[in-house]
Ligand binder design. Structure first.
Ligand code: NAP
Length: 248
């Protein structure tokens, strides 16, 4: 079987990093990406030490141009390694929060730029080649805050709710050509990115039937399933991985 190549944005930390490690252990060639090259190269090193294949491509995803550049570089890396870019995980995001009144326009634009515009242009630049080959899998990382109102997370939640709509649009648009598109929507997960939430993370987790804070590996397992061939009949789904928070 041909080795698949996956680009995972924001895989220098947290859920993206756990996803890179999991996919690599499943035999996928991984393109690790993020702004921080030092942390990115550590992830690459860890994968290679375990016998997997990984490369780092730096990117500061904030607009169409940065997405176009990352798409081109990641495609080149996949092709130099003898493969094609078959999997995209849109995971990089920023979660700037606060009350609606007083939100600076620059903060609003930054959240939408990284969380919505960059994934849009990554898909616009990578999905057509997947479609031409007749196979591909894309997973967008959403959030509980896209479905329920969480205090101070209106712009962040809106950016991810829009991304969930794109998941459905893209599933319809690219499905006939064999490309599947799904969302994974995590609940509270212990990562460097959620550290700033302090005790609120556990308070939030306690509102769900399962009641505990997830590890990044819990989210990575769901992503790994959706990009695998075992999920070949699954597309357009928003998979809640949130301890059951949205059923109560
Ligand atoms: P994290 O530990 O802060 O990791 C975020 C990753 O995104 C890092 O690798 C970071 O890389 C990258 N990133 C941020 N801004 C970027 C930019 N402008 N350009 C390129 N890369 C950028 O966060 P996490 O908790 O793992 O979150 C990962 C995803 O899960 C996000 O989409 C988040 O919305 C979602 N999520 C998380 C939780 C949670 O409780 N943790 C819950 C629901 C949803 P660099 O620092 O190297 O740039």
């Amino acid at each position: 079987m041909e080795t698949k190549t996956a680009l995972i944005t924001g895989s220098t930390s947290g859920i993206g990093r756990a996803t890179a490690l999991k996919l690599a252990s499943d035999g996928v060639r991984v393109v690790v990406s993020g702004r921080n090259a030092e942390r990115g190269l550590e992830v690459v090193e860890q994968i290679r030490t375990a016998g997997g294949e990984a490369y780092f491509v730096g990117a500061d995803l904030r607009d169409a141009q940065s997405a176009v550049e990352l798409a081109a570089k990641a495609t080149q890396v996949a092709e130099s390694a003898g493969g094609t870019l078959d999997v995209l995980v849109n995971n990089a995001a920023i979660g700037t929060g606060g009350p609606t009144a007083g939100t600076e326009e620059s903060a609003f634009d930054a959240v939408l730029g990284t969380n919505l515009k960059a994934p849009f242009y990554l898909v616009a630049n990578l999905a057509p080649a997947m479609a031409a080959r007749g196979r591909g899998a894309i997973v967008n990382i959403s959030t509980l805050a896209a479905e329920v109102a969480l205090p101070g997370l209106s712009v962040y939640g809106a950016s991810k709710a829009a991304l969930d709509l794109l998941t459905k649009s893209w599933a319809a648009e690219f499905g006939p050509a064999g490309v599947r598109v799904n969302s994974v929507s995590p609940g509270p997960t212990r990562t460097p990115g959620s550290e700033g939430l302090g005790e609120f993370l556990q308070v939030l987790a306690a509102q769900a039937p399962l009641g505990f804070v997830a590890d990044p590996e819990d989210i990575a397992a769901a992503i790994a399933f959706l990009v695998s061939d075992e999920a070949r009949f699954v597309t357009g789904v928003i998979l809640n991985v949130n301890g059951g928070r949205t059923v109560v």
